[in-house]
Ligand binder design. Sequence first.
Ligand code: FES
Length: 90
Amino acid sequence: MKKDALIQCLIQYTEYQASGCNTLLEYLESRQYQVHYHCRDGYCGACRTELISGQVEYPKEPLAFVRRGEILPCCCRPTADLTIKAEPKK
Ligand code: FES
């Protein structure tokens, strides 16, 4: 994915909660964003996404390596408003 194709995306915690989505990836897919993924379970790291601000939790600890300032949307849930870099749906 080209870095310049990414835009800042604000996720409101209250909207995420009201959506009924189990993961941030599900929520992003239900909105106007597309995220690259493979395993959807925290193993491969394909969904690695830049976290600009906010916090997430991992109900199950992911096996994929996550650097500081990155999150794995396939297996995390927001615990506050988030700003991330994501690709708009085409
Ligand atoms: S899709 Fe594999 S870790 Fe997220």
